[in-house]
Design a protein around this ligand. Structure first.
Ligand code: ATP
Length: 242
């Protein structure tokens, strides 16, 4: 059964159509990777699902409830958490204080500050440090931890690798591994195609605001995804590029 249903979604930035007619289902427990070139609309789609950007048309439902016009804090309360591109931490506040902000939705669950420290051991010695003084990897771990503190049913991860060295990205993904295999529903934007295909159940490739390829990760080759990425493919699905 689908946890998330996106139907005929249009999202604009002013007059610019950034997401065009996208229809997408995400099943409970699934890890879906969103792939696509810069500007293809991945971030806009994630932000629309999280309620940070209200769509011009179409609908979004989560756990059977229409959330299309719900503000983002109400969606957090329903179990949708976004780890935004660029992390957006409060630099003057400590790791622990940033994490505690994630609890304001008041959802019950197992995530505590200590649990986040266990999942991301690199944060342990930095617990009382201001996040402005952290390394990129520590900041990313804090941003993911803050989202987890809301005990989400679905986690939206926007480019967790951005600006991190390959070694640090490996560490972040190693920490995420437990989460990826724990049954939490995850939608992730990842520029590293190999990694995206390795960690996800299904891949969706976007081009110019549309879905141009959608497939179980194991049924598609890297070359097919690359072709879709550059628009050199046979169109496959609804919400496709003209
Ligand atoms: P990236 O990988 O660079 O983050 P993306 O696939 O996530 O790209 P979006 O950031 O969603 O794509 O951008 C989709 C389109 O919307 C692009 O043409 C982009 O220039 C435009 N856009 C994104 N944010 C804004 C904004 N705040 N104001 C105006 N246009 C925007």
């Amino acid at each position: 059964m689908s946890l998330l249903s996106v139907t005929d979604l249009d999202v604009r930035h002013g007059l610019l159509p950034a997401v065009r007619g996208i229809t997408l289902e995400v099943a409970k427990g699934e890890t879906l990777a969103l792939i696509g070139a810069n500007g293809s609309g991945k971030t806009t789609l994630l932000r629309a699902i999280a309620g940070a950007h209200i769509p011009a048309a179409g609908s979004i439902s989560f756990a059977g409830q229409d959330v299309t016009s719900l503000p983002s804090h109400r969606r957090v309360g329903l179990g949708i958490a976004l780890v935004p591109e660029g992390r957006r931490l409060f630099a003057q506040m400590t790791v622990e204080e940033n994490l505690l902000l994630g609890r304001t939705a008041g959802r019950p669950g197992d995530w505590t500050v200590d649990a986040v420290m266990e999942a991301f051991p690199n944060l342990k010695p930095r617990r009382h440090a201001r996040t402005g003084t952290l390394s990129g990897g520590e900041q990313q771990a804090t941003a993911i931890g803050r989202a987890l503190m809301s005990n989400p049913d679905m986690l939206l991860l926007d480019e967790v690798s951005l600006g991190l060295s390959p070694l640090v990205v490996d560490r972040v993904y190693a920490s995420l591994q437990g989460l990826l295999s724990s049954g939490t529903t995850i939608v992730l934007v990842e520029q590293d195609l190999d990694r995206a295909m390795r960690v996800s159940d299904r891949v969706v490739c976007m081009l110019e605001g549309c879905v141009v390829l959608e497939s179980p990760a194991r049924d598609v080759t890297r070359e097919q995804v690359t072709q879709a990425y550059f628009g050199l493919h046979k169109l496959k699905k609804t919400g496709t590029a003209p």
